[in-house]
Design a protein around this ligand. Structure first.
Ligand code: SF4
Length: 467
């Protein structure tokens, strides 16, 4: 998917492993999760007495080098890569957030988005200087810290939070991980020979050589320190993990709810082929998320699978470009057709989603320009009609092409010969079944969104989109 992609949220990593180079492990864990946020990166390390935080704007490999990592010595660490879903891109908003009263300290990394920020801010008494919901949560914890153990404080604060939150946090001695009762954003635990690791995605456990144990349960608080791993529940679990993690956000080599993301995407392609068959000569995927589904589509349809678009992996994430005209140019920098593969062929082009429609329109035009005889677009999820309030930066409802247009109108807008979306049932089945958050497709928000939060973005623009 290209320039108009929903923005990834944040990547979390935490490690408790005395005797190991915990900062370097965290660096690798963040590096594996760079796709979850490219605006800032940070690591907090504790040697048992003091927490040291180093963070900056930029990619993980830009923020850290040998010299900075060498200064971060300790027994436990947390790390964070950020894409701003709330607050602007400033150094202050980079994470981990750090608060101290001079004696006790807490560092925290958050993935997700809270929907009761105003209510929480009032608990801190008067206007808060917090510019992000993550800052606010850290402030709430720090305000209650005193002499109390951090898990005791967390068990008072966590039930007050509404929305999506996967958290890693630490004091000088202990590492904590928590997940909201709906488990909207992922968080997994792994074991090292000398300790434990937690990470948003299992690919980050793999990269540091940790053995995945299990996910942090929705509504669970996990503490890891020299007493081992202990678990407490702060709320009943009502699991509705984000299905979009499976469709697009997570890395294909990660596992969600025990299931390979790659395999789920391949299955989406298989079901898509049954739901929307078409006569064609070649199936291609839009790099890179579309590849697995394109293979699944080819497998069921019997149409050969091949490469038709090259992605320049060195082009920076095009979403950092602020204007639509720059975004329009960005996709051309990033995706280029392979004319010899596609000339005079009827193509099935598999992509993960259509958000504004502009990227798909450009892909169709570029493929036709390169000689494709027909272009049939197949999408591995239903039309995205509603914004996300749980940590994925989707455009407002007014900007979502499917909010106003039906499938035939969208087909006409993007200029494809045919357009087929995977059904809601097909998507959920391919993701392994069970309950998911799928609010951006059906508008049914599993965690109530207060009226004030959703007022603007939930309004539908009067009149139809003109392009
Ligand atoms: S609204 Fe969509 S993107 Fe947001 S959490 Fe739900 S399924 Fe995921």
């Amino acid at each position: 998917m290209g320039a108009e992609s929903p923005k990834e949220e944040c990547g979390l990593f935490g490690v408790w492993a005395p005797g190991e180079d915990v900062a370097r492990l965290t660096y690798f864990g963040l590096f594996a999760q760079q796709h979850r946020g490219q605006e800032s990166a940070g690591i907090a390390v504790s040697d048992g007495r003091n927490i040291l935080v180093y963070k900056d704007l930029g990619l993980v490999s830009q923020v850290f080098n040998e010299a900075t990592l060498a200064t971060l010595r300790g027994d436990l660490a947390i790390g964070h890569t950020r894409y701003s879903t709330t607050g602007s891109t400033t150094w202050e908003n980079a994470q981990p957030v750090f608060k101290t009263d001079g004696r006790r300290s807490v560092a925290l990394g958050h993935n997700g988005n809270l929907v009761n920020v105003a209510e929480l801010a009032s608990r801190l008494g008067g206007p808060s200087s917090a510019t992000t919901d993550s800052d606010l949560v850290t402030g709430l914890i720090a305000a209650e810290l005193g002499e109390a153990p951090l898990d005791e404080v967390a068990l008072r604060v966590l039930p007050e939070l509404r929305g999506a939150f996967s958290l890693v946090f630490m004091d000088e001695r202990s590492l904590f991980a928590a997940r909201d009762p709906n488990g909207v954003r992922p968080l997994s635990i792994g074991r090292l020979p000398t300790g434990f690791v937690v990470a948003s995605e299992t690919c980050a456990l793999d990269i540091v050589g940790a053995t995945p144990i299990r996910e942090v349960e929705p509504g669970e608080l996990v503490r890891i320190d020299d007493r081992g791993l202990s678990s407490t529940r702060f709320a009943d679990a009502t699991p509705t993990p984000c299905v979009f993690e499976v469709v697009y956000l997570s890395r294909p080599d990660s596992r969600l709810q025990g299931r390979s993301v790659h395999e789920s995407r391949r299955e989406m392609g298989r079901i898509l082929a049954r739901e929307h068959p078409v006569e064609a000569d070649l199936v291609i995927g839009v790099p890179t998320t579309g590849h697995a589904a394109a293979q699944g589509y080819a497998e069921v349809s019997g149409i050969p699978y091949g490469e038709g678009l090259h992605k320049n992996g060195y082009v920076g994430r095009t979403f950092i470009q602020p204007s639509q005209s720059l975004r329009d140019r960005g996709v051309k920098l990033k995706l280029n057709p392979l004319p010899d593969s596609i000339r005079n062929k009827r193509l099935v082009v598999v992509d993960d989603s259509i958000v504004r429609g502009t990227t798909t329109k450009q892909i169709v035009a570029a493929l036709r320009e390169a000689g494709a005889a027909e272009v049939h677009i197949r999408i591995t999820c239903p039309p995205v009609r509603w914004p996300c309030f749980y940590g994925i930066d989707m455009p407002t409802r007014q900007e979502l092409i499917a909010a106003d247009l039906d499938v035939e109108q969208i087909r006409d807008y993007v200029g494809a010969d045919s357009l087929g979306y995977l059904s809601l049932e097909g998507m959920v089945e391919a993701a392994g079944g069970g309950t998911f958050c799928r609010a951006c497709f059906d508008g049914r928000y599993p965690i109530p969104v207060p009226a004030g939060v959703g007022k603007f973005v939930l309004e539908q623009r009067p009149g139809a989109r003109t392009g």
